[in-house]
Design a binder for this molecule. Structure first.
Ligand code: HEM
Length: 141
């Protein structure tokens, strides 16, 4: 093979890798983009209000704003086109004294909401892995 042919061959391989990485799904797209994320967050907030074990924590919440902030945060964490400009997790949950049990109930509600939003098992696990490290910042504040 001549050198100039090898170069164009190499060029083609590089191009294929570039296009593969451009088309690669981010977790954001796996979650259904902004529509899917909004659907799951709206459901999780709605169910939290209906669950007597944690409803009292949401009594004074501004749900419209809460849904926007949690959706932005998930969009940002999942490599979507968003910035999260809300407060830090320890600040916003400060004074709520959320217990481990209440945290686990909320996570179970989020899991059900992801199922409701038709998100695959593997994508659900990826999102949970991103949320899990926040536990220490949220409980007992
Ligand atoms: C990984 C889990 C969680 C995440 C990612 C999360 C995320 C957030 C975000 C982004 C906000 C809004 C921040 C802002 O307005 O600047 C917020 C507020 C809030 N969160 Fe969480 N949260 C989590 C767990 C929980 C749990 C376990 C509870 C209760 C059981 C809870 C109850 C609330 C309430 C009541 C508010 C305030 C709503 C308001 O004042 O309008 N959160 N959370």
């Amino acid at each position: 093979m001549k050198l100039e042919n090898l170069n164009s061959f190499t060029y083609l391989i590089v191009l294929s890798f570039v296009s593969l990485s451009i088309n690669a799904d981010t977790l954001y797209t796996e979650l259904g983009g902004s529509e899917g994320i909004n659907k799951l967050v709206t459901k999780a907030v709605e169910v939290s209000h209906a669950d007597q074990r944690i409803a009292f924590l949401f009594e004074d919440s501004d749900d419209e704003e809460l849904i926007i902030q949690i959706s932005d945060q998930i969009c940002f964490l999942s490599d979507g086109p968003c910035e999260y400009d809300g407060q830090d997790m320890d600040e916003v949950h400060s004074g709520m004294e959320i217990t481990e049990a209440e945290f686990d109930i909320f996570v179970a509600i989020v899991i059900d909401a992801m199922e409701y939003a038709d998100i695959s098992h593997s994508s659900r696990n990826k999102l949970l892995a991103l949320l899990a490290p926040m536990r220490e910042e949220i409980i007992n504040q």
